[in-house]
Design a binder for this molecule. Structure first.
Ligand code: NAD
Length: 524
């Protein structure tokens, strides 16, 4: 059955011959407009507008979705769990500044809007919540579970995290005391030695083992069955691991990686074992930490199984600012010459990062975030030229989860002048990361329900529908070191990342990208 009637419960309908609503799907015929450039012998360019026709098909039924967090008992894990419970129950609590109520601030899906179009009568912008563009899961409906090498209940782990107000904790404590993380795999060599004293909830074995893969798969299946879920997303918010060495014959291909796990090779990290288990259960796996979980063999394994993966490293505070500010400076024609980034934090993440090999993972993920913006501007920078960039992180127990980030941006302006911008960013780290976890889960889930094919036009048989590429680069906005399909460029600029996300969602309902030309306000 097909109709153009407003889908029940949705905020808007698109009225267009290119958009069709059925009981189970939204189907759009979409013209993707790009520009192809050819370089002539004399070095000049010829730019040719190009059109590609796609069909998009979006499943409308919102599945019952569960999320399993690896590192559930950590600061992020406990904070996002308490936050969702508080939202679900509509809680408010007393603070010294007055009453506060649960919200989803900091989530692009739950807290931001996008422009649907212009009002037919007044031409004023009509904006709608991001969450209403496509039929998305509501975070209040997520079932949460997961693993941790620390066996504390979520209530005790929430106290250990020291993030939330006591008056809020009191109201969620009973429910969270019932939640206990599943035992996890612990390969001590991958995280800091200073984590050992919390590892009291572990599965036997200290290196990769195929039995670990099977155990984690069974955990995912049981969680799904016990909670009658349609879908499970697995997200790594456990400690930052050291990088794994990329070794030929071990983790360079899918087959080698599987063989290496079976042989108990020391260079396979717990996060990669989780990724492999999730891929085999067709559960999208997202990595919120900086390490190279997705070794080449893991990517190939995901592609082979048509499973979704995304990563790496939540982009919450300092780097989010950086990917907005550097985009602005360089696009303003200002020649940024150095970035100095200092951090100190006192939570368990900081403790783990006080160890050199784990810090190195973070340093790498924090360092490459301006490359694409610099490379795009050949007026300011010669090929290969980059601003100096230093990242320092220090463990300072006293400040707890209240991370401090100090950044100095130093730039060359007109006629040899200088501009120095200093930023001092203070906030609870976990309160920034938790809404990103929600966005990654909701958008990751949504991407499992969107399919595309090359459109062959009316009447002609088109190819079969397929999914987006296994590597969900559309999650880049939430991630510091975005993983992209092999051989494709990384986009770090925040505004471009948001535009990709919103415009892909718009395409699924047959709407043009937001152009911001607003000719209706200029040509009359
Ligand atoms: P945390 O140390 O409080 O929590 C991590 C949890 O993982 C701990 O409870 C630990 O016991 C558990 N763990 C360690 N190894 C495990 C394993 N193999 N299996 C299961 N559990 C394991 O840290 P956090 O503040 O919640 O941050 C989590 C991760 O997110 C860190 O890697 C951090 O670098 C990353 N991250 C955080 C932010 C942010 O908080 N703003 C931003 C970017 C990235």
């Amino acid at each position: 059955t097909s109709s153009s009637a407003a889908p029940a419960g949705s905020l808007f309908t698109v009225s267009s011959p290119n958009v069709k609503y059925t009981d189970s799907t939204i189907e759009s015929k979409y013209t993707y407009r790009t520009t192809t450039v050819n370089k002539g012998a004399d070095g000049s360019f010829t730019a040719t507008p190009t059109e590609t026709l796609y069909d998009f098909k979006t499943e409308r039924k919102v599945p019952k979705t569960g999320v399993m967090l690896v590192g559930w008992g950590g600061n992020n894990g406990t904070t996002v769990t308490a936050g969702i419970i508080a939202n679900r129950r509509g809680l408010s609590w007393d603070t010294r500044e007055g009453s506060r109520a649960a919200n989803y601030y900091g989530s692009i899906v739950m807290g931001s809007t996008l422009k649907l179009g212009s009002d037919a009568k007044t031409n004023a912008d009509v904006n709608i919540p991001f969450h209403d563009v496509l039929p998305m899961v509501h975070p209040n409906d997520l079932v949460i579970g997961g693993w941790d090498i620390s066996g504390l209940t979520l209530a005790d782990a929430m106290d250990r995290a020291a993030v939330l107000e006591p008056t809020l904790k009191d109201q969620v404590r009973k429910e969270m005391a019932e939640m206990r993380p599943l035992p996890s795999i612990y390969y001590p060599d991958f995280i800091a030695a200073n984590q050992e004293d919390r590892a009291d909830n572990v599965i036997a074995g200290s290196k990769a083992d195929w039995a670990h893969v099977e155990k984690l798969r069974a955990d995912i299946r049981n969680f799904k069955a016990d909670n009658s879920l349609d879908k499970v997303i697995v997200l790594w918010t456990a400690n930052t691991e050291r990088f794994a060495d990329i070794i030929e014959g071990i983790n360079d291909t899918a087959d080698n990686l599987v063989a290496a796990i079976k042989a108990g090779h020391e260079e396979v990290s717990p996060s990669t074992v989780f990724a492999v288990a999730s891929i085999l259960e067709n559960a999208p796996f997202i990595n919120g930490s900086p390490q190279n979980t997705f070794v080449p063999g893991a990517i190939e394994f995901a592609e082979r199984h048509n499973a979704f993966v995304g990563g790496d490293d939540f982009k919450s505070g300092q780097t989010k600012m950086k990917s907005a500010l550097v985009d602005f400076l360089i696009n303003a024609g200002i020649r940024l010459t150095s970035i100095a980034s200092y951090n100190h934090l006192g939570n368990n993440d900081g403790k783990n990062l006080s160890s050199q090999r784990q810090f190195r993972s973070k340093e790498i993920s924090k360092s490459n975030v301006v490359d694409d913006m610099v490379e795009a501007n050949s007026v300011l920078y010669k090929p290969g030229e980059k601003p100096d960039h230093t990242v320092v992180i220090k463990y300072m127990p006293a400040v707890g989860d209240n991370k401090r980030a100090l950044d100095e941006y130093y730039a060359e302006i007109f006629m040899g002048g200088h501009q120095t911008i200093s930023i001092f960013n203070v906030c609870e780290d976990s309160l920034l990361a938790s809404p990103l976890i929600i966005d990654l889960v909701l958008i990751g889930e949504m991407m499992t329900r969107i399919q595309w094919r090359a459109s062959k036009g009316e009447g002609a048989d088109a190819a079969d529908y397929k999914s987006f590429h296994s590597v969900l680069s559309v999650l880049s906005y939430m991630l510091k070191a975005p993983l992209t399909p092999p051989g494709t460029p990384v986009v770090n600029a925040l505004a471009k990342q948001r535009a990709a996300l919103t415009n892909i969602f718009r395409a699924c309902v047959g709407l043009e990208p937001e152009s911001d030309m607003t000719l209706e306000h200029k040509l009359f």
